[in-house]
Design a protein around this ligand. Structure first.
Ligand code: GDP
Length: 298
């Protein structure tokens, strides 16, 4: 399937290297462990997560759960599965509309993800509204409109340069008036004006919460898997400004850095809720930890 195909490169850089290691060593010695550590780091599992896994492995050796290199793969699969937190994406709230705020740096695949989300929820029988909240770039407004047409979803927009919080306000009002189930709000992602961006996000949050007390119900941070550990830094940055509820990890196809999924789960205490495995409208999958681990070790 698409998830398994999308993880092909990561599997090559990760599982296949581990398998080669296992074949190359008759016994587990320090050199073997050093090589293993290098494999984990090169798959972008991250320094903190790698040292945690290495500690588990050393303990596994001590406890005689790992007696030869052959025991390693099943042991790792089990430990990694346990590290991944599965959490379902937002469903329609008891009191619609469900408000989903989508944040992230330009280029990570934010607009595409919003289009895919609109399609997913529409296909599940939900009435969806999109909000063109990245008012900084005219192209961003156009792009959201294209996705709106493609998915048959209404788009709430203002002119380029207008206040994004006003767009969010209008979108929530419109969603209430039209009895929409979900409203998905795009935001700007220009990181070079970091403090402005963070203030903007806070204002959007305030405006939305004034309209619907428990909204936004979901704040999704979109991260590009190909950026590996850089994604972790972006998550920390956005996490300081807004209360994130989950991550969408895009471009998992095309990268060997899929190990970043494990790092996000482990280091950020933030569930990965969706993964992007292609550019098409249907190439977004709810993240299921067991499926991911199975596909990684397949
Ligand atoms: P934005 O600037 O964050 O809104 O980024 P876009 O949504 O415009 O996406 C940037 C590029 O990434 C586009 O060429 C998308 O087709 C591509 N893209 C987005 N998600 C994925 C994905 O999951 N896989 C692949 N291969 N490409 C993606």
């Amino acid at each position: 399937d698409k998830l398994k195909a999308g993880l092909e490169k990561t599997r090559k850089s990760f599982t296949e290297k581990i398998e080669q290691l296992v074949i190359g060593y008759a016994t587990i010695d320090d050199e073997f462990l050093d090589d293993l550590e290098a494999v984990l780091l090169s798959a972008d599992v991250g320094v903190a997560t790698t040292s945690k896994l290495m500690a588990e492995i050393r303990k596994g050796i001590k406890d005689k759960l790992i007696n030869s290199p052959d025991d390693l793969k099943p042991f790792l699969q089990e430990k990694i599965s346990a590290m991944l937190v599965g959490q379902s994406p937002a469903e329609a709230a008891h009191n619609p509309p469900t408000v989903i705020l989508v944040v992230g740096v330009n280029g990570v695949g934010k607009t595409t993800t919003i289009g895919k989300l609109a399609s997913y929820y529409c296909e599940n029988g939900k009435k969806v509204l999109l909000a063109a909240g990245d008012t900084f770039r005219a192209a961003a407004i156009d792009q959201i409109e294209i996705w709106g047409q493609r998915t048959g979803t209404e788009v709430i927009k203002h002119a380029e340069g207008s206040d994004p919080a006003a767009v969010a306000f209008d979108a929530v009002q419109a969603a209430k008036a039209r009895k929409a189930d979900m409203v998905i709000i795009d935001t700007a992602g220009r990181l070079h004006t970091k403090s402005n961006l963070m203030e903007e996000l806070k204002k959007i949050n305030r405006v939305i919460a004034k309209e619907i007390a428990d909204a936004p119900h979901e704040t999704l941070l979109v991260l590009d898997a190909t950026t590996g550990q850089n994604a972790i830094n972006q998550a920390k940055l956005f996490g300081d400004a807004v209360k994130l509820s989950g991550v969408v990890l895009t471009k998992l196809d095309g990268t060997a850095k899929g190990g970043v999924v494990i790092a996000i789960n482990n280091e950020l205490d933030l569930p990965v809720k969706w993964v992007g495995v292609g550019e098409g409208v249907n190439d977004l999958r709810p993240f299921v930890a067991a499926d991911f681990a199975a596909a990684l070790f397949a």
